[in-house]
Design a protein around this ligand. Structure first.
Ligand SMILES: NC(=O)c1ccc[n+]([C@@H]2O[C@H](COP(=O)([O-])OP(=O)(O)OC[C@H]3O[C@@H](n4cnc5c(N)ncnc54)[C@H](OP(=O)(O)O)[C@@H]3O)[C@@H](O)[C@H]2O)c1
Length: 333
């Protein structure tokens, strides 16, 4: 059984990831937060044996094999590198880091320590994404031409550390859109070679609340990803168009939705399937356990975390400069 520690005992770790670790048969050995009474309450609620406010102490615990990092974005890189140096496998929430250089250094540190590094992109466990990926890989859609993806939270202003440039880095881009950028790479198996972005900053906000990104993939296909936490009547849809068909997903791009996927291929009857995202976090932990046991790559590896950070940073850079950005970026960015 894998012994786990959680660093950052906030809302998401409490409501989603600690239960997912338990559901996947992991043992929560220790937790680490910054407030002694809060971290003690978290440990009690989730039956963790130990609780700490000192990351050095939690990483020294011999019963901890793997660490889930759920701290604010600005701390991910230091926490992930420290966990790797302590010989612990690392599941880091998104964004893996706030810069490509930091993401690369986490990958390097994990490689040096011989530990597994995964990024918490639960979308890779969505059945709708997997079904779309399979149709594309089968060639039934013909040549991939165009993808539209939307990810919406409704009007949810950035709050707490998420509203701070220092702690969050970017707004909706790191909070929501980055899941979509990773999903495009996952579904298509292609790399983004150029990025044009536009962002909208709501009055009173320091960071982006709406991000519109256009990519070119290395196969020549064009992609548009829209993410917002600004607009009412959130849309979470996907459309993939090939030379011989089209996949239309409604309510499939975010956790907690029930949606459907319609596959239309020239000369064939339409196929419609229903999808939900249930168990996607448990499946992420299951997949991580398998990666540890068999030393294979997890569904979303460190490299995937780094590539999604690269795209996110390029969207922000393009939005600020008005210029198209070619990838890959320099690792110093
Ligand atoms: N994969 C997903 O879909 C998904 C969804 C939601 C969140 N996330 C990620 O999960 C991570 C945590 O998000 P969350 O919503 O759980 O946030 P949160 O509720 O604010 O929790 C953040 C935790 O980090 C602690 N912390 C340590 N140093 C801090 C500092 N300098 N400033 C503020 N907090 C500090 C907080 O301590 P206190 O308890 O003392 O405040 C809290 O326990 C983020 O990286 C986020 O991107 C991922």
């Amino acid at each position: 059984m894998t012994g786990w520690a959680i660093i950052g005992t906030g809302r998401f770790a409490d409501a989603v990831m600690a239960p997912a670790i338990a559901a996947a048969g992991g043992s929560l050995v220790a937790v680490c937060g910054r407030d002694p009474s809060k971290v003690a309450a978290f440990a009690h609620k989730h039956c963790a044996e130990e609780h700490y406010t000192d990351i050095v102490a939690v990483l020294a615990h011999p019963g901890v094999d793997a660490v889930y990092i759920s701290s604010p974005n600005v701390l991910h890189a230091d926490h992930a590198r420290a966990a790797a140096r302590a010989g612990k496998h690392v599941l880091c929430d998104k964004p893996l880091a706030m810069t490509v250089g930091d993401a690369a250094s986490i990958i390097e540190e994990c490689k040096r320590a011989g530990v597994v590094l995964a990024t918490n992109f639960q979308g890779r466990q969505f059945s709708a994404y997997r079904a779309a990926r399979d149709v594309l890989a089968s060639g039934a859609l013909g040549r991939l031409r165009l993808i539209h993806m939307s990810l919406g939270l409704g009007h949810r202003p950035l709050a707490g550390w998420r509203s701070s440039a220092h702690a969050a880095g970017l707004g909706v881009i790191f909070n929501v859109a980055i899941h979509g950028y990773d999903a495009i790479r996952f579904i298509t198996g292609r790399e983004v070679v150029s990025v044009s972005g536009k962002t909208l900053i709501e009055e009173g906000s320091a960071l982006d609340n709406l991000a519109l990104a256009t990519f070119e993939l290395d196969c020549g296909a064009l992609v548009q990803v829209t993410a917002d936490q600004l607009l009412p009547f959130a849309r979470n849809d996907l459309q993939i168009c090939g030379s011989q068909g089209r996949i239309t997903g409604t309510n499939v791009t975010r956790v907690g939705l029930v949606g459907d996927l319609r596959v239309q291929i020239d000369g064939q009857a339409d196929e419609i399937s229903q999808h939900d995202t249930s168990d996607c976090f448990k499946r992420t932990i299951d997949d991580f356990h398998v990666a540890i046991a068999s030393r294979c790559e997890p569904a979303a590896a460190g490299y995937d975390g780094m590539k999604s950070v690269e795209i996110a940073v390029a969207v922000a850079q393009s939005g600020a400069s008005g210029r198209m950005i070619r990838l890959p970026l320099q690792a110093s960015v």
